[in-house]
Design a protein around this ligand. Structure first.
Ligand code: AP5
Length: 213
């Protein structure tokens, strides 16, 4: 099963992606997580990537495609995967097809912007695992600690309202050609998901889509 999760920042791609990963036993690959790890590792390009993320811009197609390709070549991707945050441009989608990655499902999350802003302002993440919480909507069992490791949770630098607004604008521009590209492929199962619903209801909807043969 190869799934792409599309949607603006804060629409719940990462959260639902983790549920799908657990239930269907396929890895969730988030290019955002990969890039944040690159920043931490202090590579030559770390500073540049950090600036781009902080400013709500997109990292170049070339860098992201190379990082993704490296990840897809790992053995855990053999039976499928969930792409969270990739592709984000038509060029990235064409790249996937060029390297012969066949996609089965596209799930596009739709959430009104006022809800998105509430969500990102309360988001907390566990950096090393990519687990995602919200201080009100999906709180950890212990305040500010990861449920599994009990390590401290953190706030993403690009979750400041000024960055989020830029990310939303960037998304609006890029999604139009990307959506069109995929909607023109009849072999693909493309679903719009109401991401403003409760976490459990959204996952039920996703399960009903993925369980249908
Ligand atoms: P990335 O990390 O991919 O961020 P994003 O796509 O902007 O998405 P988010 O992670 O913000 O949101 P999400 O939809 O996963 O929501 P979540 O589940 O966390 O990318 C970051 C940056 O990296 C980009 O801006 C770009 O610079 C760069 N980048 C990444 N990929 C790239 C690419 N392919 N090309 C170029 N550049 C790239 O949920 C949000 C919050 O809401 C959480 O707190 C959660 O607990 C809560 N929540 C979720 N669902 C619900 C619900 N149903 N009800 C209530 N609360 C909910």
């Amino acid at each position: 099963m190869r799934i792409i999760l599309l949607g603006a920042p804060g629409t719940g791609k990462g959260t639902q992606g983790k549920f799908i990963e657990k239930k269907y036993n396929i890895p969730k690959i988030s290019t955002g997580d990969i890039l944040r790890k690159k920043i931490e590792e202090n590579h030559q390009i770390s500073k540049k990537i950090n600036e781009i993320l902080k400013n709500g811009k997109l990292v170049s197609d070339k860098i992201v495609c190379n990082l993704l390709n490296e990840r897809l070549n790992k053995s855990d991707c053999k039976n499928g995967f969930i792409l969270d945050g990739f592709p984000r441009t038509k060029k990235q989608a064409i790249y996937l097809s060029k390297i012969n990655v066949k996609i089965d499902y596209i799930l596009e999350f739709i959430v009104p912007y006022e809800i998105i802003l509430q969500r990102v302002s309360g988001r907390r993440i566990h950096f090393s695992s990519g687990r995602i919480y919200h201080i009100n909507f999906n709180p950890p069992k212990e305040k500010n600690k990861d449920d599994i490791t009990k390590e401290q949770l953190s706030i993403r630098e690009d979750d400041k309202i000024s960055s989020v607004k830029k990310r939303l604008k960037e998304y609006e521009e890029k999604i139009i050609p990307l959506r069109k590209y995929y909607l023109e492929k009849p072999e693909l199962k493309y679903f719009k998901i109401d991401g403003a619903e409760k976490l459990s209801n959204i996952f039920k909807k996703i399960e009903s889509i993925l369980n249908k043969k």
